[in-house]
Write a protein that binds this ligand. Structure first.
Ligand SMILES: Cc1ncc(COP(=O)(O)O)c(C=O)c1O
Length: 378
């Protein structure tokens, strides 16, 4: 089969990233791999299977469909739903034994009721808001919520967690969040509350704050070999150990010589300032290559960087190949990844598109087949 636009996922790279995370956090800290949004665009089922073999302890998901996909690959792994359950999802979460995230007494009561109905004790994680402002009970209200929940016969808080708002940018604020979470945990312990899992660290925190591990970490981006973008710079030794798992490719479909003054793409968004050789490529925003990158992005052809000209369209885009002599229809083009000595990272593409690497990866859509490499080496 001919692919016009596809992603290659290096499973050995993923495994080596997980090994590196294991090494960084030490043997006593558990790892919850975050596999939301189709494992950050890498393909949930295949990645879940690999992570199961590579020592993940828990999976973190955004919804029940993702949890079900993981269960279809292998039973027995604990799964935490990181989002709040909608009222009409709660019953299924209980029946399928997906651990919910709880932020309120009302949710705790409903889950316990459902636990009673299905004769199960629901294992939940309490989320505490220390500064993200999204989900979570406030620090002040957490002890009362736990005291009231202690009466609930079919609910057990097996975990407690918080989420950092800007671990990649702001060490002072992250430190403040961590301190308030630590103080809360100390108070809860002295009140007799104990949890199997206490967690806060996402990738940025794991990279920048070796102390904030608690007894479980929740990396996403690092698992896939990418560094969170932000003002804080990771130590170069740490960076060197990560290998991006995903490459994204397409093909040249046509090469044309154009005279000076030729308009290119919708809105005549580029006018050739001189005679040029232009290649049409088989990828566009319909594959998830963000239109916001129009006029800023570069791709690799024959190991050389070629600028994108004019607006990116749904299925195609145009690049300047004037500096490459033998480019022809069918040639491979790298959108993310390495070709020869050159490399384009998801972080670089994100910068061109005015966004973050998380969005670049999760935007790569269903039209792009994922091909898995190095399965035997993983
Ligand atoms: C609650 C929670 N924890 C952990 C993560 C993983 O974040 P990262 O990819 O930055 O490691 C996410 C991702 O969005 C999240 O929402």
């Amino acid at each position: 089969m001919t692919n016009r636009c596809w992603a290659e996922i290096d499973l050995a790279a993923l495994q080596s990233n997980l090994t590196w995370i294991r090494h960084r956090v030490g043997p006593k800290v558990r790892i919850m791999t975050v596999v939301k949004a189709d494992a950050y665009g890498h393909g949930l089922r295949q990645i879940a299977a690999l992570l199961m073999q590579s020592g993940t302890d828990i999976f973190g998901v955004a919804n029940l469909e993702e949890a079900r996909a993981i269960r279809s690959v292998g039973r027995g792994w604990p799964i935490l739903m990181l989002g709040a359950c909608l009222p009409d999802e709660m019953e299924r979460a209980v029946r399928e034994e997906i651990m919910p995230t709880i932020s309120s007494l009302d949710e705790a009561r409903r889950f316990s009721e459902l636990g009673r109905k299905f004769n199960k004790v629901v294992n939940a994680h309490l989320k505490v808001d220390t500064g993200m402002g999204r989900l979570g009970v406030s620090i002040d209200d957490a002890p009362e919520l736990l005291k009231s929940s202690a009466q609930l016969s079919h609910l057990r808080f097996s975990g407690i967690y918080t989420h950092f708002a800007s671990a990649e940018d702001d060490s002072a604020f992250t430190h403040k969040q961590r301190r308030s979470f630590e103080r809360l945990n100390a108070r809860l312990a002295s009140d007799g509350f104990h949890f199997d899992h206490i967690h806060a660290s996402n990738s940025a925190s794991l990279l920048h704050e070796s102390k904030s591990a608690f007894n479980l970490v929740r990396p996403g981006l690092l698992v896939y070999g990418l560094l969170p973008t932000g003002r804080r710079r990771a130590n170069s030794l740490l960076r060197k150990n990560l290998r991006p798992a995903l490459s994204w490719k397409c093909r040249v479909t046509l090469v044309k010589q154009i005279p000076a003054g030729t308009p290119l793409s919708y809105g005549r968004s580029y006018i050739a300032p001189h005679a040029m050789r232009v290649a049409t490529l088989s990828a566009g925003y319909g594959d998830g290559y963000l239109r916001a990158g129009s006029g800023h992005c570069e791709v690799l052809i024959q190991g050389r960087r070629c600028p994108v000209l004019g607006r990116i369209t749904m299925d195609q885009m145009l690049v300047d190949v004037s500096s490459i002599s033998k480019v022809k229809s069918g040639d491979e083009v790298v959108l993310i990844g390495r070709q020869g000595r050159n490399n384009i990272t998801a972080n670089e593409l994100a910068q061109w598109c005015g966004t973050v690497p998380w969005e670049i990866l999760t935007a790569i859509n269903y039209r792009v087949p994922r091909l898995y490499l190095n399965a035997h080496a993983a």
